[in-house]
Write a protein that binds this ligand. Structure first.
Ligand code: DGP
Length: 114
């Protein structure tokens, strides 16, 4: 997907600050952090969003969540807790149509989201 922003980051065409990487998954800092820790975990495979996940994506998903755990540990937020967010579609303010998990933490959070 040559016109996809995160595919271009994955291809190295656009810069990013790496946090973790596997053969399947890449994690990098969000350009506009809303929390002290705000990291995006994305599959190297282009999947539009969580609504398009199917059973064949099981290994990719497992790797993404394992990377999210590793990011939380390396960022020092695993013990106090953190939030994993997947926005889907316009009402959820999903702005980049490439599946990503937001790893958010570093201070107490409110609930429910606005
Ligand atoms: P969402 O709204 O859930 O689709 O989240 C997309 C996130 O992507 C948003 O928090 C801002 C981030 N983002 C957008 N463009 C870039 C970029 O070029 N680099 C980085 N590192 N993050 C970006």
């Amino acid at each position: 997907m040559s016109d996809c922003l995160f595919c271009r980051i994955l291809a190295g065409e656009l810069p990013s600050e790496a946090v973790a990487s596997t053969d399947t998954t890449y994690a990098f800092r969000d350009i506009n952090p809303v929390m002290p820790t705000h990291v995006l975990v994305v599959p190297r495979q282009h999947i539009e969003n969580a609504h398009y996940l199917r059973s064949e994506h099981g290994e990719v998903l497992a790797d993404m969540f394992q990377v999210a755990q590793e990011v939380a540990s390396s960022e020092g937020i695993a013990e106090r807790g953190y939030r994993l967010v997947l926005n889907v579609g316009p009402d959820a303010l999903n702005s980049v149509p490439h599946l990503h998990i937001h790893v958010l933490g570093g201070r107490p959070m409110g609930w429910p989201p606005g």
